[in-house]
Design a protein around this ligand. Structure first.
Ligand SMILES: [Ca+2]
Ligand SMILES: [Ca+2]
Ligand SMILES: [Ca+2]
Ligand SMILES: [Ca+2]
Length: 511
């Protein structure tokens, strides 16, 4: 018999090359013309905008599967997959050349939501489209949107803002006078204060009045990537943007790699008052910010020991989280850090009546035992409360199912603490087997002492991913995100391009 000299080749992939709108919970597969060897994490590579994606590779028959460690990013991220020539057939023939393909995730998401004192609701997000509204013009690539709803859920106005480059929205807040602040990142120039983009992505903040008129726009950045992740007002004329920078802000010192940042702007005219850059030699970022009359509270993640933590604090491993309080002058009042040997990722922060509340997710035992019992693999949500005066922890809770829970936001009022996110388990029956459906949206209520009150889980046969929650002071909540089947998401307001809005009363009933 003649020796086998035929190189193996790729027969098919999922997602297909150039696929768009790929569900973020999906696995990536490649099928070969014949059985192969050497297919593993070193020969099956996935990257997002050039950054490696973590995951596990399994191989059965002629098909290899890459399962990402966490869901793919929504909002139009492009992924590149490479199968290298390290893959060989049984006779030792290598793949003739590296095989590459690309795909991208959905083009839109609601990323943040805020409720004004008059009951109106503001939603921000980003889209590659125009929300299906012919009067809105996309300037190119991804733009940000801002929509105002009245208290009855009717659209008051919509804005689509951007440049020919990519924009992303991360935060929205409303001040007592009805001023609306939107923050995010742009690869172009959105700010009125600069002549051109400083380099790569810069952060921006834009103020609108309650009628949707743009009042001012500021852009801040370095020659490296900079982004805002949240925005908050203090009630005293200060507006604050949290985020991260891979460069060095003017007047600051980089601690190494990516650092967290906090910047104060004058709410009346947008003037930059001060910036703070803080971090460790590893990767750090602020993921959220809130404020009250006594301070500004920044939550984020770190790969080291954040400056300002109590002396006994240790870095536990992988990603830990931190909460830092600043005063209006930019002085760091206190900082707390928590974690486990695995991932502990803070995603939301809220303050109410002397306590600050954070949420996120952990794939370890942060507050109790990982619900699925598989440390390092599946995630639970967490909620932790700290005292605002000195940062002393008040309580911590971990909650999950046999699947993974990814918490994305928290809101609090006198009625309780509301945590939102998405799960591929069943939070109403946490011991049940992991569902075969993609992710569902969830909303979990705790009382102010950390006792769990109720759980709402809602989804379609597709992906339903919640990114943010807001509460109105009377326990009425609203959540926003992305659904691949918004028309099938019961009770939702379809915003356009897959963005949804769901409202609940304080008892968890849909309204
Ligand atoms: Ca754009
Ligand atoms: Ca930049
Ligand atoms: Ca750093
Ligand atoms: Ca950790």
């Amino acid at each position: 018999m003649a020796p086998d000299t035929t190189a193996p080749f790729v027969v098919s992939t999922t997602p297909a090359n150039n696929a768009v709108g790929v569900a973020v919970n999906g696995a990536i597969t490649v099928t070969f013309s014949e059985p192969v060897t050497g297919i593993d994490g070193t020969t099956f590579l996935v990257s997002a905008n050039g950054a490696p994606v973590a995951g596990q590779v399994t191989y059965v028959g002629r098909t290899a599967t890459f399962t990402p460690s966490s869901p793919l990013a929504a909002a139009g991220t492009t992924y590149t997959v490479t199968i290298t020539t390290g893959v060989k057939d049984a006779a030792g023939n290598a793949l003739a050349s590296n095989y590459n393909w690309t795909f991208s995730t959905p083009a839109a998401a609601g990323n943040a939501v805020a409720r004004a004192a008059d009951g109106s609701i503001y939603v921000v997000g980003d889209t590659n489209g125009n929300l299906g509204v012919s009067t809105l013009v996309n300037q190119g690539a991804r733009d940000i949107f801002l929509i105002k709803y009245d208290g009855s859920g009717n659209v008051a106005w919509r804005r689509l803002i951007g440049t020919s480059a990519d924009e992303s929205a991360a935060g929205v807040t409303v001040d007592a006078s009805g001023g609306v602040y939107v923050a995010g990142a742009t690869q172009g120039k959105l700010g009125d204060n600069i002549g051109a983009n400083v380099g790569k992505s810069d952060l921006f903040i834009i103020k609108f009045d309650a009628g949707g008129n743009r009042l001012w726009a500021q852009q801040l950045g370095t020659t490296e990537d900079d982004a805002a992740t949240g925005v908050a007002v203090d009630g005293n004329g200060g507006v604050y943007v949290a985020g991260h920078t891979s460069g060095t802000l003017a007047g600051a010192i980089s601690a190494g790699q990516r650092d967290a940042l906090l910047a104060r702007f004058d709410a009346s005219n947008g003037a930059l008052i001060w910036t703070r850059q803080l971090g460790t030699a590893a990767n750090d970022k602020a993921t959220s910010v809130t404020a009250d009359g006594t301070g500004i509270y920044v939550g984020g993640t770190t790969g080291g020991i954040m400056p300002g933590v109590p002396a006994a604090t240790t870095y536990m491993g992988a990603t830990d989280f931190f909460v830092a309080k600043f005063d209006a002058s930019g002085n760091q009042t206190w900082t707390q850090q928590m974690g486990t040997p695995e991932d502990d990722i803070l995603s939301g922060i809220a303050v109410f009546s002397g306590k600050v509340y954070v949420t996120g997710h952990t794939n370890c035992n942060l507050a109790g035992t990982n619900a699925a019992g598989d440390v390092g693999i599946t995630y639970d949500l967490f909620a932790v409360s700290f005292r605002i005066g000195d940062g002393l922890m008040q309580w911590k809770q971990e909650f999950g199912s046999k699947g993974s829970e990814f918490a994305t936001g928290v809101a609090v009022d006198a009625s309780g603490v509301y945590v939102t996110g998405y799960t591929n388990g069943n939070l109403a029956d946490p011991g049940a087997a992991m569902q075969s459906n993609p992710y569902d949206a969830f909303l979990v209520k705790y009382d102010l002492s950390g006792a769990r009150q109720w759980v709402q889980q809602k989804g379609t046969a597709g992906s339903d991913l919640t990114n943010a929650v807001a509460v109105d002071g009377n326990g009425n909540t609203v959540i926003t995100g992305y659904s691949s089947e918004p028309q099938n998401l019961a009770g939702s307001t379809a915003v356009g391009d897959g963005v949804f809005l769901l409202r609940y009363d304080g008892s968890g009933n849909p309204v």
